[in-house]
Design a protein around this ligand. Structure first.
Ligand code: ADP
Length: 439
């Protein structure tokens, strides 16, 4: 390709020669000759602009119009751009096809939702699990899957957790549904069939509940006899008395274990706490502190600070069990010379209960596992502190049922702080001010 600007100059030169020749023949003045030259150059450009528009509208990218000078270059560059974008488009279509084939083969149901929650695409599994048909494409999913739980989940903005619900097609099929926002305002809905998992979970929890229940009666009888024998005084030789004492400790431990397991099963199987029952938190905390204060003769000082009079909406029995577990733990793991500070206050759009102690503390590696069932940290001689390792699992369960969160901070040898946070929707203000400080 020769230099396009030189060709343009040659074109302008020939236009000038033509204008001068015509000017001589017709007898035109110099200004008219210049204007005629400009008009000729302009006519050439208008001709090519028109050709370019016709070519672009035609959509053909296989060949481009012939031209000369700068127009040859313009045609060629646009031709190249069009070819490149066509190639990219082909590649993208192929990628999309591959992606769709892969998603279609997934064992989970996948639905692509548009900005108005309309169905853009779904795989075969989604058809089976959610009862969708090809003709549903373009329709809003909430008009097809009408379960209130699902609609509520889709209309909120936090999709960090999945929602569990029965399949709209078959009641006995359980689905875990998760939404993943992507690409601006699109959303990917993934549903997983967890029927088998739920069944196994139920079998496990029924088994634990049944075994715990069946063990309760023989254990009560055993405990009664052991208690009678331990209290028999001088009738029982000292050698046996020590044995009975040990037996009594172990039967108590077994009873705590069974009670803990039954509490957990109850928490797992009952429906979430309603929002209409008000629990008087300040009174609850006062009574827990009073009870904890008489646990033993030598124990740390308990300090209760009630900085707010807000109450919780939930189940009193569950909250009592969670809060007293924390307070009893603090008493158990703090020496008599230490102190426990319990604080109920408003913070971060919710309310928080801190149970802080100056006790043994917990090494950092144990903290993430403390709320697991039966997880215990063995330190030194704990014979009189032996617990079932279920207390914190119960606390976590109760809090999550009340939309709360448990945070544990601790320094070995210095003390721990167990903090329960509740969101604003679980709070209700008392009508009478109850701000008091108990020593
Ligand atoms: P347990 O019945 O053994 O107390 P928990 O689930 O209540 O079971 O507690 C689990 C473990 O967490 C305990 O074994 C104990 O080591 C540790 N722990 C709980 N609370 C405290 C605390 N306030 N200070 C130190 N360690 C604690």
């Amino acid at each position: 390709m020769s230099n396009p600007w030189r060709t343009e100059l040659v074109w302008a030169f020939w236009a000038l020669i033509l204008a001068i020749t015509v000017g001589r023949i017709v007898g035109l003045g110099i200004t008219t000759v210049v204007l005629l030259t400009v008009a000729l150059v302009l006519a050439r450009h208008i001709f090519h602009i028109r050709r370019l528009v016709v070519w672009l509208k035609g959509g053909s990218s296989s060949e481009f119009p012939k031209g000369s000078g700068i127009w040859e270059e313009v045609y060629y560059l646009i031709y190249q751009l069009r070819r490149r974008s066509k190639r990219r488009k082909k590649k993208l279509v192929k990628m999309l096809e591959r992606y769709r084939t892969a998603t279609a083969a997934l064992p989970d149901a996948t639905v692509v939702l548009g900005p108005r929650e309309e169905i853009e695409w779904f795989n075969d599994e989604a058809g089976k699990m959610l009862g969708l048909r090809k003709s549903d494409i373009g329709q809003q999913i909430i008009n097809l899957v009408r379960l209130p739980k699902f609609i509520h989940y889709l209309q909120q903005s936090d999709f960090s957790a999945a929602v569990s619900m029965p399949s709209p097609v078959a009641e006995n099929v359980h689905l875990d549904i998760r939404v993943v926002p992507y690409g601006g305002n699109l959303r990917l809905l993934v549903a997983q069939d967890v029927t088998q998992l739920k069944f196994m979970e139920r079998v496990r929890s029924d088994f634990v509940a049944n075994v715990s229940h069946e063990l309760r009666t023989p254990l009560t009888v055993l405990k009664g006899y052991v208690e009678t024998l331990s209290d028999a005084g001088e009738i029982v030789p000292e050698h046996y008395a020590r044995m009975f004492k040990r037996m009594q400790e172990q039967t108590n431990r077994m009873q705590n274990l069974i009670n803990g397991l039954l509490s957990l099963t109850r928490l797992e199987s009952s429906s979430p706490p309603a929002l209409h029952k008000q629990v008087d938190v300040p009174s609850l905390l006062k009574s827990i502190c009073e009870e904890a204060g008489v646990l033993g003769t030598e124990q740390p000082r308990i300090d209760l600070q009630l900085e707010t009079n807000v109450d919780l909406l939930g189940i009193e029995q569950e909250l009592r069990s969670a809060f007293s577990n924390l307070v009893i733990n603090a008493v158990k793991y703090t020496p008599a010379t230490g102190s426990i500070n319990i604080r109920w206050y408003e913070t971060g759009g919710g309310a928080r209960l801190d149970v802080e102690d100056t006790g043994l503390g917990i090494a950092r590696e144990h903290i993430p596992r403390l709320t697991e069932r039966f997880y215990r940290v063995e330190v030194g001689d704990q014979r009189n502190k032996v617990g079932a390792g279920l207390g914190l699992a119960i606390v976590k369960h109760v809090l999550s049922r009340h939309d709360g969160e448990l945070t544990i901070t601790s320094t070995l040898g210095k003390g721990s702080c167990f903090s329960c946070w509740f969101p604003a929707k679980r709070l209700i203000r008392q009508t009478l001010p109850a701000l008091k400080r108990l020593g």
